[in-house]
Design a protein around this ligand. Structure first.
Ligand code: PEP
Ligand code: MG
Length: 757
């Protein structure tokens, strides 16, 4: 049954036309389940009804016409209850609605399951039978499983439909929605970056250019053969056994008599080379996976590998052919920090990332660069986005493809207003962050995520509150030496000679990995991360703090900050190592060079457990800095990278706000200077609440310093305290958002949370 289910889903996902995909699917289900009828209805939220899209068993002329209201009949009931409905004789059910045109008089048994994606009912899948009986538990389980899988491909098909339709009539249609990743609005042509060849991300396209596509395919195959020859020569030096035969098998598979024949025939029927390859490889995989013999079954992964290699060469050709437009929006499956580094100076205006969420490091970096970003736009066929004109609304998470003139004008207006706001806030860039009734707060910079920080010098901050040291460790093939690190850190410390620079020790693990130090874990955010790694590897930690302390010689503006602290023993161990590095270096220093400055040491408060150990921690360190990104993630048990749970990740959740307030109160009590360096600090509402809670410093990306300064300078501290008191009494994050937006609007700061002034 599992194979049948997979085949149905696979074939459904491979059909570029929704209508024919649904028709084929209902016939397959009817046959597999040995029933008399299978139908699918899709929801239309504008019209508030379900439309009968496909059926094998109901009257053909009702397909695409018959509708049934959201609260009507058995179909409506399945949608409302959001659960399967299994009835022996539908006609006797009180909700049954007779629709003569579908001609279902002879059908008695009814089993309907909702097709749900992210809590939204997309449609209803139904099987019916003449015999009046209840469907078995197994039948019900099959239909539920199929509906759940269909939901995912249906969303994809819907998106494909949107884009396909849009090419035909040139009109903008329904927008796609993701998670707002970085505020702002951008308009431009999309450039798709395909970091690694992956057949799963190829979306099917018919191009009807067989000769050209065949040429591309044959060239890619020829290139792949050369790659295999190279690989067997290279590996031949190290391996001499039969494992190298796999390359021979690959080469044979590529022959025109095997895979090649099928791909060619698909190309001849109009498919693009990539699509043809995907169709054929997918079919081979399913065939191999259903073979009894374990050895042959395993070969499915070889076929996938082979397909991805040919695809890689196809995509390389595509890449060579094209140059970047002057201004563009970057789209990728997973936008990485290195992609942003590569494109940021080349006209990059906005970001679309299919995976990730609002606190992935790519989103944080986009905010740092002032680039609007939408994350987690799942189920979009990436390749079809390429070269399309798009509007990225980073406030709402809306993505419009090929917008019409009216929408373009509307957004051009908003973009102009945004630009005007950016210019306006520059008026206060060099003024202190002080409220109208005289309460001051220090605004600091988060730096280190991108290599060029020179522009940060003019951001209007009074120091660096968080220097992330991970990036220089990432773009290389081995750990950097003490000497290299000393040079980098000196470069940073000397760029801000009169300001304090808080450098965080290496915080890898979680979603940040080093290519030369792979960590494979089931649950990386709860695993070996931050201080846990560096304490287990004192040689790495010592090298880094030695480099920092050396770089600080003659500068004296360094503070060292420890990430991911969860217990006092970690602080004790880390301080012992820092002391060791300090005393070793002091003893190595020639007397005439003076005394080495001893940096202040602080910790990040980002693991919720520390909230209950603040007294003990306060005795050990010079300052606290709240990492609200991780604190939110761990307090709410929501992966900050996972788009599926993005709506649960919220810095305005009452639990987060109350935790932040407790931290502020306790730090005040123990007289430990307190800052916050998570993304909440750069949110206007967040900044007002943190100011009122008593945070001494807020650290944020360069792009936001002037904005937040403007907000602080246009609010009254007493008013902020009233706002805080009310916000803390609210019960849900939604209420807090609504209330803060209302308050910002009231003081004339509405333009900071939504495009437009
Ligand atoms: C945080 O967790 O809030 C933080 C500032 O650190 P990072 O985002 O680098 O984990
Ligand atoms: Mg963190």
């Amino acid at each position: 049954m599992l194979t049948t289910l997979r085949r149905i889903v696979l074939e459904f996902s491979q059909d570029p036309k929704l209508q024919s995909a649904l028709l084929r699917m209902v016939s397959q289900v009817k046959k597999a389940m040995n029933t008399d009828c299978c139908s699918v209805y899709l929801a239309d939220y504008e019209k508030q009804n379900f439309l009968l899209m496909a059926s094998d068993g109901l009257a053909e002329d009702s397909l695409g016409h018959t509708t049934i209201g959201f609260s009507e009949g058995l179909v409506g009931l399945v949608g409302q209850r959001e659960e399967p409905l299994n009835i022996a004789n539908a006609k006797y059910h009180p909700h049954f609605k007779h629709i003569p045109e579908v001609r279902e008089e002879e059908l008695n048994a009814f089993l309907g399951t909702p097709i749900i994606h992210r809590r939204k009912v997309l449609g209803i899948l139904i099987i019916q039978q003449k015999e009046a009986r209840n469907f078995t538990e197994n039948e019900e389980a099959f239909l539920v499983t199929l509906s759940a899988q269909l939901a995912m491909v249906l969303v994809n098909a819907e998106a494909r439909g949107i884009l396909g339709q849009n090419q035909d009539n040139g009109k903008w249609l329904k927008q796609l929605t993701g998670v707002p990743g970085a505020p702002g609005v951008a308009m431009g042509n999309i450039v798709v970056s395909q970091p690694k060849a992956d057949l799963d991300s190829v979306s099917l396209q018919k191009v009807y250019a067989s000769a050209e596509q065949l040429k591309r395919y044959n060239e890619a195959v020829a290139r792949t053969r050369i790659d295999f020859a190279d690989m067997s020569v290279k590996l031949g030096d190290v391996i001499t056994d039969a494992s190298l035969d796999i390359f021979e098998v690959y080469k044979q598979l590529l022959d025109t008599a095997n895979l090649g024949k099928d791909v060619t025939s698909k190309i001849n029927s109009g498919w693009s080379a990539e699509s043809a390859l995907k169709l054929v490889i997918d079919t081979y995989i399913v065939k191999f996976e259903s073979i009894e013999d374990a050895y042959l079954r395993e070969r499915a992964s070889d076929i996938r590998d082979l397909g991805n290699r040919v695809l890689f060469n196809l995509q390389q050709q595509a890449r060579v052919d094209e140059s970047l437009p002057d201004e563009f929006i970057l789209a990728a499956q997973d936008v990485t920090a290195s992609m942003l580094a590569e494109y940021q100076h080349l006209g990059l205006k906005g970001i679309i990332s299919l995976s990730g969420s609002n606190n992935s490091h790519a989103a944080i970096l986009s905010r740092a660069l002032g680039l609007p970003a939408i994350m987690g736009v799942e189920s979009v066929p990436l390749a079809q986005l390429h070269q399309q004109l798009a509007i990225v609304d980073g406030y709402s998470g809306d993505l419009f493809i090929a917008p019409d003139e009216t929408l373009k004008r509307e957004y051009q207006h908003l973009i102009a207003e945004e630009d005007a706001l950016t210019v306006k806030v520059q008026q206060v860039v060099d003024l202190p962050a002080i409220t109208q009734d005289g309460k001051a707060i220090e605004l600091l910079l988060n730096a280190g995520l991108s290599t060029g920080f020179e522009h940060s010098l003019h951001a209007g901050a009074v120091g660096i509150g968080l220097y992330r040291t991970e990036i220089p460790f990432m773009n290389r093939s081995c750990f950097p030496s003490e000497q290299e690190q000393t040079l980098w850190y000196r470069h940073v410390l000397s760029a801000f000679p009169k300001q304090t620079v808080t450098m965080r020790t290496l915080d890898v693990g979680g979603d940040k990995s080093l290519p030369y130090f792979p960590i494979v874990e089931e649950n990386p955010f709860l695993g070996w991360r931050g201080i846990r790694i560096t304490l287990d590897h004192p040689e790495i930690f010592l090298l880094q703090v030695r480099a920092m302390i050396k770089a600080n010689h003659g500068q004296n503006n360094l503070e060292i900050m420890l990430p991911m602290i969860s217990s006092v023993s970690e602080v004790d161990d880390a301080i012992r190592l820092i002391n060791q590095a300090y005393y070793e270096l002091s003893s190595e220093l020639p007397e005439q060079e003076g005394k080495l400055p001893r940096p202040r040491i602080g910790i990040m408060l980002e693991v919720p457990g520390v909230i209950f150990q603040l007294k003990e921690l306060a005795r050990r360190v010079d300052f606290f800095s709240v990492g609200s990104n991780d604190l939110t993630q761990y307090l709410l048990a929501v992966d900050r990278n996972n788009a599926r749970v993005a709506s649960l990740y919220d810095g305005y959740h009452p639990a987060v706000l109350r935790a932040l307030k407790t931290i502020a109160d306790e730090s005040g009590k123990y007289m430990v200077p307190l800052s916050l360096c998570g993304e909440l600090a750069s949110d206007p509402g967040g900044a007002i609440l943190l100011l009122a809670m008593g945070y001494d410093k807020l650290s944020m990306n360069p792009h936001n310093v002037a904005r937040i300064k403007w907000v602080i300078r246009h609010i009254d501290f007493q008013r902020a305290k009233v706002i805080l008191a009310h916000a803390l009494s609210l019960e849900t994050a939604k209420q807090v958002h609504g209330y803060l937006n209302e308050q910002l609007e009231l003081v004339g700061l509405g333009g900071f949370v939504r495009a437009g002034m």
